[in-house]
Design a protein around this ligand. Structure first.
Ligand code: SF4
Length: 245
């Protein structure tokens, strides 16, 4: 496993659990607003943590932690992910995995082998705008659609979530998302938070120029309006994450 750091304790990354978070390098998407741009574009240049070091930490802390959240980058690109997770599960801790859904076959294996306790999958946009949101014009959406269908079989607790920002999301986006994943168990809208590590800023100038100089979050009121739109369009469960109620 290519581990590029871990957060020793988080109350935010694994819903309802005290967890640590492991960051993996590389991704097969290029979302310009990605807040781990360096981990995606230049993973080799980031400090690495050995598995030995991680498991030494985990074994010391397993009595105070309830779970491990594995995020990225895109963790399903790590060839030994199932083995790594199996080792975590030997400690008795729960495992949550974050994924962009581009590798449904890996997600299927992890579910069938009962290696994940919670899956969080990004829904970047409605289908029509997936390419511009992920920096992959002409993206083949079949793997993402397959992952969506797989999670909606409900064999493991899961959530879908969208990081919401201007200029990528608007009412039309959420109408499309509601029509796509409307029957899902849990859907979260997450407000965009600006960071000094966004992917766009690491791109060469000619690519950077394709994007606006600033990405901006919607206000809490606007986020609640999107939530209402989704509920009115028939979504079962929608929540806005990270804003004061
Ligand atoms: S935000 Fe996009 S580019 Fe960044 S890790 Fe997630 S899927 Fe990859």
């Amino acid at each position: 496993m290519e581990i590029h750091g871990f957060n020793k304790t988080t109350l935010l990354d694994y819903p309802e659990h005290v967890a640590c978070t492991v960051f993996t390098g590389h991704c097969n998407m290029r979302c310009p607003f990605c807040h781990n741009g360096d981990l995606v574009l230049m993973p080799g240049g980031q400090p690495a943590v050995s598995e030995e070091e991680f498991f030494a930490f985990l074994n010391k802390r397993k009595n105070v932690l309830e779970g491990v959240a594995i995020t990225g980058g895109e963790p399903t690109l790590q060839k030994d992910l199932p083995v790594f997770i199996a080792k975590i599960k030997e400690t008795g801790l729960l495992v949550k995995l974050d994924s962009n859904g581009m590798k449904p076959e890996i997600l299927r294996t992890l579910i069938e082998e009962k290696l994940v306790d919670y899956l969080a999958m990004d829904i970047k946009s409605d289908k029509a705008h997936y390419g511009e949101c992920t920096g992959l014009p002409g993206i083949d959406l079949k793997p993402v659609e397959e992952s969506v269908s797989l999670l909606m079989e409900n064999r493991v607790p899961y959530e879908f979530r969208t990081t919401v920002l201007k200029p990528f999301h608007n009412r039309e986006t959420f109408e499309g998302i509601a029509d796509w994943i409307g029957g899902c168990e849990r859907y979260f809208l997450q407000s965009y938070v600006d960071s000094h590590r966004i992917l766009r800023d690491f791109l060469p100038d000619e690519e950077k120029a394709k994007y606006p100089a600033e990405f901006t979050a919607y206000t809490p009121e606007e986020m609640k309006e999107f939530e209402m739109l989704l509920l009115n369009r028939g979504m079962k469960s929608v929540h806005v994450r990270g804003i004061a109620e």
